[in-house]
Design a protein around this ligand. Structure first.
Ligand code: 6GU
Length: 260
């Protein structure tokens, strides 16, 4: 793969070792090996300004917990951005991963992927000095409406979701486009999957999948995707322009459910 296309991801984190989880395992690791992306972590503790390496302090106005100080994060961000620029990223965006943002979707992941490089800022404790956020952050991203004990797992979720979409990272070039939520599935859930043996624990593989009839298999899978989406995520079914084939399958599903 051309090095020009290598995605550059830098992460400012108090726990760089956590990122071994994506650097050392599975598809994300293969992507690193193939230089589809690269990862560099920066520990704000190494940019601490006093002899005690302090990176947090008590909140002005009182209250529980500690707040991450602006200056060590500022210096760590500078170092990360400097590295990105040296690697050819013209204007790397700084992403703050925080539950105080709109939860990201598949479309948001694909937007992030358009950037040649990103710098992720991971918070710990009660939060980060607001002045640092105001002055240095381009984008705030959440991964869902629940709170994690730090931004690291969220940053790894974002990086994993992006990297698996990079050309050549997945074994089979088709398996990413056909996932749940991908444009090829046009925003529906995935169909169920089966492998050997043909009968397991008294249950057979659906006949359509054993038919060898490609059109029949595709129609069965599409119908299952519609059925699942209808049952589990009816919100995904709203305001859509259905194809003639989908309308026929939806009608079949409705008839079958009437019978039950
Ligand atoms: Cl991005 N960070 C943290 N700390 N918690 C979260 C989150 C992010 N997204 C959901 N919960």
């Amino acid at each position: 793969m051309n090095t020009r296309e290598t995605k550059r991801y830098d992460v400012v984190t108090l726990f760089p070792e956590m990122f071994d989880a994506i650097a050392d395992h599975g598809i994300t690791r293969r992507g690193l090996d193939e230089k589809a992306w690269e990862l560099q972590c920066w520990n704000p503790r190494e940019f601490a300004v006093n002899a005690y390496k302090t990176i947090d302090d008590r909140p002005y106005g009182g209250g529980p917990g500690m707040v991450m100080m602006a200056e060590p994060l500022n210096a760590a961000l500078d170092a990360a951005i400097k590295r990105q620029v040296a690697q050819g990223v013209a204007k790397p965006k700084v992403v703050y991963v925080t539950p105080q943002a709109k939860p990201i979707t598949d479309a948001g992941i694909r937007d992030l992927l358009k950037e040649d490089g990103l710098v992720f800022l991971c918070g710990r404790y009660e939060g980060i000095d607001e002045r640092l956020i105001q002055q240095r952050i381009d984008l705030e991203v959440s991964i869902g409406d629940y709170v994690l004990s730090g931004g690291e797992l969220a940053a790894m979720v974002l990086i994993d979701a992006m990297v698996r979409l990079l050309p050549g990272v997945l074994n089979d070039g088709n398996s990413a486009v056909e996932d749940s939520f991908s444009p090829a599935r046009d925003g529906l859930l995935d169909h169920p999957h089966y492998t050997r043996p043909e009968v397991w624990n008294g249950e057979s593989v659906p006949a359509a999948l054993m038919s060898g009839d490609h059109a029949r298999i595709e129609a069965w899978r599409r119908k299952q995707a519609l059925k699942r989406s209808l049952a589990r995520r009816p919100d995904l079914m709203q305001n859509r322009a259905w194809s003639k084939q989908d309308l026929k399958l939806l009608d079949e599903i409705q008839q079958e459910q009437k019978k039950q």
